[in-house]
Design a protein around this ligand. Structure first.
Ligand code: C5P
Length: 301
């Protein structure tokens, strides 16, 4: 059995430009990896079983688990097809088990993390069972963009600037201070294309700024954080405003929508202060948990 784990992300900065003729928006994104991870295991399946996908969850409401497709529309299936085709090996019977910890359709790259874990796992599988030379991490990051704009970052991890669709990455040195996050998840998901459509209607957006500079302190980070999709996400799910206000009330240095939302992230300087805020927010009926910055990206276990 081959096991891989892949991290969630938040966008500390997410600046979005005007819709292009290819249907995408240019973005300028500062990605940060969190220590909240999906786990995937890949095993040779029983003869004739085809590709089977099993999903279970940890600390997530049932909706998040039930809504994950188990068929060939799941990104992990697409990754298997593409990796086997690339290696010129006929797609065989596979059992894929996913342990989900990242909210689904939450703007935290949960589906992208699964795709990233599958890329790394398939790379190993094809080497072990079919003697196909392993692709280097840089090659996997390049391939990853085929499966979604956030998948390359899910493979790379750490702190990085993403441009173009978010898939062109330049890695940065880790932040020089700790960051701890309260992740407040919504009962409803938001579809990324729907949020971008609303963004177009609002004709919003800020101008792109230089994101490669070191950030000196947590206060500077709080000041620096911005998400151009926040207004569109809040329009589609007005409850976001309330969650943001609650997080600020509980001491967050900044509360903001992550990616295309609707997950709201609150920034805290210590694990203890994040933990306390999360307990109070839970008591107020908001599903939430805590996470901290981490580095290393997707890896085999
Ligand atoms: O790349 P990904 O599959 O995650 O994108 C999902 C959808 O989100 C795209 O089809 C597009 O509608 C929208 N999108 C966008 N601009 C980006 C990334 C995504 O408009 N930079």
């Amino acid at each position: 059995m081959i096991r891989a784990s892949a991290p969630a992300k938040v966008n500390l900065v997410f600046q979005v430009g005007k819709l292009q003729s290819d249907g995408y928006h240019p973005v300028n994104s500062l990605y940060l990896e969190l220590d909240l991870r999906e786990e995937l295991s890949l095993t040779k399946g029983q003869a004739g079983s085809g590709v089977q996908i099993f999903v279970r969850g940890e600390n997530l409401p049932a909706r998040h688990i039930n809504s994950v497709p188990r068929d060939n529309t799941n990104l992990v299936y697409k990754v298997a097809e593409a990796m086997f085709a690339r290696a010129e090996v006929v797609l065989e019977d596979l059992e894929i088990d996913i342990l989900k910890r990242i909210p689904v359709a939450g703007g935290m790259a949960g589906g992208s993390a699964d795709a990233a874990a599958m890329l790394i796992a398939c790379n190993e599988y094809l080497h072990l069972y079919h003697q196909i030379p392993r692709l280097a991490k840089a090659e996997l990051i390049e391939l990853a963009a085929e499966f979604g704009s956030d998948v390359p970052f899910s493979v790379l991890g750490g702190l990085a600037v993403g441009t173009d669709r978010g898939q062109k990455l330049s890695a940065l040195d880790p932040l020089g201070f700790e960051t701890h996050w309260v992740i407040a998840i919504s009962n409803e998901g938001l579809s990324t294309p729907a949020v971008y459509d609303r963004f177009d209607e609002l004709a919003g957006g800020t101008s792109f700024t230089e994101l490669g500079q070191p950030i000196g302190s947590i206060a500077e980070l709080a000041e620096f954080m911005v998400n151009d999709l926040e207004e569109a996400a809040t329009y589609l799910l007005p409850a976001i405003s309330q969650t943001k206000a609650q997080l600020v009330e509980l001491g967050a240095l900044k509360a903001m929508v992550s990616g295309s939302g609707p997950t709201v992230i609150g920034l805290f300087a210590s694990r203890d202060s994040a933990d306390q805020a999360a307990q109070e927010l839970s008591s107020a009926g908001v599903t939430c948990f805590i996470a901290s910055a981490s580095y290393g990206g997707t890896r085999l276990l």
